[in-house]
Write a protein that binds this ligand. Structure first.
Ligand code: F6P
Length: 366
């Protein structure tokens, strides 16, 4: 029988792109760990960067009081830092080195018993590797993209959808006033969840997602058909990762130090030019960008953050190392981190919202 470890002090970090609800998680973990178990809580700064560079500070109940409604993360984050792949300049060249042993030393020097890793695929994959090197790790899934397997939702997603839906609503009135085609480009990387949910909620006419490559012909037919039926404007919501059939994803830039070096963006602008050319209708595009990630979380994300944070503390009490909290069919539970990472949860053609959207006449440009 495995002997149970005595927990005294837990470390928490938030990694990857920030997302509304991170502070709700930090608050929930800190408050319930201190109040219900008497553990100390230590905040690691800027994701894995803080663990690599040994930067962090104690978290008290007072420090997490009043942060539930705040966007961002009071701990800071980094979407580049990886202890297994630290960029180092050698002979004027950047080479990547494995600093995981030194990083683990910092964990022990701080007297930590557990690492709570709050993040998406990248952060949790690193957490999994640290766990395999002997660190007790518990994961909490976050991403506005909602593309992590094993959980129906990640916190941050509902806020991003709400912001994107408001943008669709606002574009609606200006599109109608000017009889224009209006395009809204939203985030989501290689998954179409934000575009699908905001497009459906905002009553878009066309939704374009990476999972269903589009044809310009189908889009122009859908726009012209609306015009023929007296609808002089059309609204299109496009996911940044959407691509044309047989075409390529449109890149904004490359960031070689980032574990996800390809930065997406620009498909909205591309569509604007093509649609105007093919239909003769005045077309404008707007890119919502990081606005989707900023500001206060909606109630659903605050509550999901609180549920995930408190459940993670229960996982620690039960010593379920290498596990990640998740929500499946309204039940908060946990799965091995290994089951959630390395493969994305994408939109399938039989998704109920895709089917319902089609049933009410929304085109997917296919
Ligand atoms: O994964 C979250 C996300 O916001 C994606 O939707 C988007 O493609 C990416 O991060 C943007 O990354 P960055 O903040 O590095 O520009």
């Amino acid at each position: 029988m495995k002997t149970q470890k005595k927990i005294k002090r837990i470390g928490i970090l938030t990694g990857g792109g920030d997302c509304p609800g991170l502070n709700a998680v930090i608050r929930a973990v800190t408050k319930s760990a201190i109040a219900n178990h008497g553990w100390e809580v230590f905040g690691i700064e800027d994701g894995y960067a803080g663990l690599i560079e040994k930067r962090g500070h104690e978290l008290t109940q007072a420090q997490v009081s009043g942060i539930l409604t705040l966007g961002g993360t009071i701990l800071g984050t980094s979407n580049r830092a990886d202890p297994f792949r630290v960029p180092v300049e050698k002979s004027k060249k950047i080479v990547f080195e494995d600093h995981s042993d030194q990083t683990i030393e910092h964990f022990h020097q701080w007297g930590l018993d557990v690492l709570v890793a709050v993040g998406g695929d990248g952060t949790l994959s690193i957490g999994k590797r640290l766990y395999h090197k002997g660190i007790p790790v518990v994961g909490i899934p976050k991403t506005i993209d909602n593309d992590l397997r094993g959980t129906d939702y990640t916190f941050g997603f509902h806020t991003a959808v709400s912001i994107a839906t408001e943008a669709v609503d606002r574009l609606h009135t200006t599109a109608a006033a000017h009889h224009r085609v209006m395009i809204l480009e939203v985030m989501g990387r290689n998954a179409g969840w934000i575009a699908l949910h905001a497009g459906s909620a905002g009553g878009a006419d066309i939704i374009l997602i990476p999972e269903l490559p589009y044809s310009m012909d189908a889009i122009s037919r859908a726009v012209k058909k609306r015009a023929q039926h007296g609808k002089k404007f059309s609204l299109i919501v496009v996911a940044e990762g959407a691509k044309e059939k047989g075409g390529k994803i449109i890149e904004r830039k490359r960031d070689p130090k980032n574990p996800y070096p390809v930065k997406l963006g620009g498909v909205g602008k591309y569509l604007e030019e093509q649609i105007e050319k093919l239909t003769g209708l005045e077309t404008r595009s707007a890119n919502l960008g990081h606005i989707q990630r900023g500001g206060s979380p909606v109630p659903a994300d605050r509550n999901l953050g609180t549920l995930f944070g408190t459940h993670a503390v229960e996982l620690i009490a039960r010593q379920r190392w290498g596990h990640m909290v998740c929500v499946q069919g309204n039940i908060i539970k946990s799965i091995p981190i290994a089951e959630a990472v390395h493969q994305l949860k994408i939109v399938t053609p039989d998704n109920p919202l895709v089917v319902a959207s089609k049933a009410v006449g929304i085109s997917f440009g296919v």
